[in-house]
Design a binder for this molecule. Structure first.
Ligand code: SIN
Ligand code: MN
Length: 274
């Protein structure tokens, strides 16, 4: 593993505070990405309740909580660099609140409407404050046409903008928030107003890059009409002091162990400079 000197963290913190997101100058190497991709295939084949499909299709849309049963992901979430980054960006010790891979299959992967992650986490789990950060690692190259995250940089500085448009649905079914028409989203007109003020940017990049997102940054992503899959692995780390007040969704969506996560080295996951 290459040495990631702590000096760059101060710059990343400043960028994150300003824009609500940042890209690390380090990435996982191609062999490391291959390990993570292999685990994704295994999880999709396993097919438990944590695997969500696109509406009316057998295409896998997302898998959740696999760090609890897939050994490579269990090690990844404890990666010393990811933990150091999450702790630097939140300013606190952290644990894994949520783990998912959104697959955005070639030609079948559907959109995610405009939203703030905190809107879901606060309404569904009672997350008290946005003292959390999502670290995202694309497992495929992400380009303009395979459904990259579309971000409104700086929108997190407006804070939590409210629960947004609430689509009536069966509140007992957690799955209602994992298709392309979830609750707690933002009206497109409101997002357009925000883009007029803040602009927007697409989080494209090579597989293995490491990006961080603030829980209040407004974001969306479009359908994937391209021939290229866009699998995006996301680990949401939460401050150990910010445990959800009413965690009722399944454990594979809301981690119950809020003890500080301890780093573990794994030689399968080396980093290199971007
Ligand atoms: C998200 O908003 O949490 C994910 C969206 C995506 O995978 O494109
Ligand atoms: Mn989101």
């Amino acid at each position: 593993m290459i040495e990631t000197d702590d000096g760059h963290l101060a710059e990343l913190i400043a960028e994150y505070e300003e824009n609500g997101w940042c890209r690390s100058p380090f990435r996982f190497t191609d062999p490391a990405v291959n390990v993570l991709r292999g685990s994704l295939d295994a999880v999709c084949r396993r097919g438990g309740p944590e695997v969500v499909h696109e509406k009316g299709s057998t295409a896998v849309r997302a898998v959740h909580g696999c760090h609890e049963f897939e050994e490579a992901y269990a090690m990844l979430v404890r990666h010393p660099y990811l933990l150091a980054l999450a702790e630097a960006l939140t300013g606190t010790p952290v644990y894994v609140y949520q783990f998912k891979v959104n697959l955005k299959q070639a030609r079948e992967g559907q959109a995610w409407p405009w939203h703030q992650d905190f809107a879901f986490w606060n309404a569904e789990d009672g997350l008290p404050t946005p003292a959390a950060v999502t670290l995202a690692v694309p497992l495929d190259d992400v380009h303009e046409n395979n459904g990259p995250l579309n971000l409104i940089p700086g929108s997190h500085r407006l804070g939590y903008l409210g629960p947004g448009k609430v689509t009536p649905g069966d509140r007992s079914d957690w799955r209602r928030n994992f298709d392309a028409d979830p609750e707690h989203t933002m009206e497109a007109d409101r997002a357009r107003e925000l883009i007029d003020s803040f602009g927007s940017t697409r989080a494209t990049g090579r597989a293995g890059t490491i990006q961080a997102f603030h829980p209040n940054i407004v974001h969306s992503s479009s359908d994937n009409a391209s021939p290229d899959r866009r699998a995006l692995l996301m680990v949401s780390y939460n401050s150990v002091d910010n445990a959800p007040l009413h965690p009722t969704r399944p454990e594979f969506l809301v981690g119950r162990n809020t003890d500080q996560l301890k780093p573990r080295c794994d030689e399968r996951f080396p980093l290199e400079a971007v």
